[in-house]
Design a protein around this ligand. Structure first.
Ligand code: TRP
Length: 308
């Protein structure tokens, strides 16, 4: 079609998509949605940026290519960064209001969209954009506005790690996200804890991630201590009322321990420091229907027993 030698083929316009149902494909492209451009222009130059953030966020689920449109539209990423940076002054002392928090979370939702897309993910990392979220992740305040901010920021990092790309893990390791996740696993709500431990688990599952955490006893020990505290909480909660959400957390905790036990030194240490509730059947009711986690726990215990 566009076949002069040495010239890259042009991307096909949507209506020329090879799909059997051209209309459907065209409909599913943000590229063809006039409204998107109106909101983008409102976002960049208009007077109602807050509404534009909200409306664009609503379109997130609808289109696979919204990330591409956001990334490539002049001024959008700059506006999103501006939104983020403008909130820094409210972090310390912690005076973030609910409405400011909501607004920046809408901006973060758009960042998450860019972080999720496989075509924009590498660009997102190359521009060091996750670093702008670290001030949010390192807040300690317990107010809802801060809780929501941490949860939404974690969502962006969660979207990055979801697809198991070593480049993402490498980036995160060089930027010290692990201590931030550990802190959130200690102080935040159950939902934030779950996303934070999901990120930790993804890091551990990567060979370099595991090596990074097991490089010094101190690192290993910090991680193991936070996991142990979570087990403490879960077993206290379990004796009152076992719940689905604590089952979800427990599942991640077990997988993190199990993965740590793949490292020989960590395995040796775990033989002595693995919390008792994981050994004595405390969680057998919660795990009743979760065969995969039960198996994982059994494997962990067997790895550890091999040591003794
Ligand atoms: N600078 C610290 C280190 O490299 C970062 C850190 C703190 C850390 N706690 C951790 C890294 C726990 C891994 C695990 O050790």
């Amino acid at each position: 079609m566009y076949s002069s030698v040495g010239v890259q083929p042009q991307p096909q316009p949507p209506y020329m998509d090879n799909s059997s149902d051209g209309n459907l494909v065209a409909k599913n492209k943000a590229l063809n949605d006039e409204q998107i451009y109106q909101w983008i222009s409102e976002l960049v130059t208009g007077t109602n940026r807050e509404r534009a953030l909200l409306e664009l966020g609503k379109k997130r689920e609808q289109y696979d290519d919204l990330a591409l449109v956001l990334w490539n539209s002049f001024g959008v990423m700059t506006v999103l960064l501006e939104e983020i940076i403008s909130v820094y002054p409210f972090l310390n002392p912690p005076i973030l209001t609910a409405s400011v928090s909501n607004r920046v979370c809408n901006a973060l939702a758009l960042l998450q969209c860019v972080a999720s897309n496989h075509q924009t993910r590498a660009l997102f990392l190359k521009a060091n954009l996750p670093l702008y979220l670290y001030p949010f992740l390192s807040t300690d305040a317990r107010q809802r506005s801060f809780e929501y901010l941490r949860l939404t920021s974690l969502g962006v990092v969660g979207a990055l790690v979801k697809n198991d790309t070593p480049e993402v893990i490498n980036f995160l390791l060089t930027t010290e996200i692990v201590p931030l996740c550990l802190n959130i696993m200690e102080i935040s709500s159950e939902l934030s804890k779950t996303v934070a431990i999901f990120i930790l688990q993804k890091i551990l599952l990567d060979d370099q991630g595991l090596a990074y955490i097991c490089t010094t006893y101190e690192r290993f020990h910090t991680v193991a201590s936070v996991l142990a505290k979570m087990i403490d909480h879960l077993s206290a909660a379990n004796s009152q009322l076992p719940s689905n959400s604590s089952g979800r957390l427990l599942k991640h905790v077990v997988r993190c321990y199990m993965r740590l036990s793949d490292n020989l030194e960590a395995r040796r240490a775990l033989a002595t420091i693995l919390p008792e509730p994981l050994r004595d059947g405390t969680f057998s009711i919660i795990l009743q229907d979760d065969i995969a986690t039960k198996r994982c726990l059994a494997q962990l215990l067997s790895n550890i027993n091999d040591q003794q």
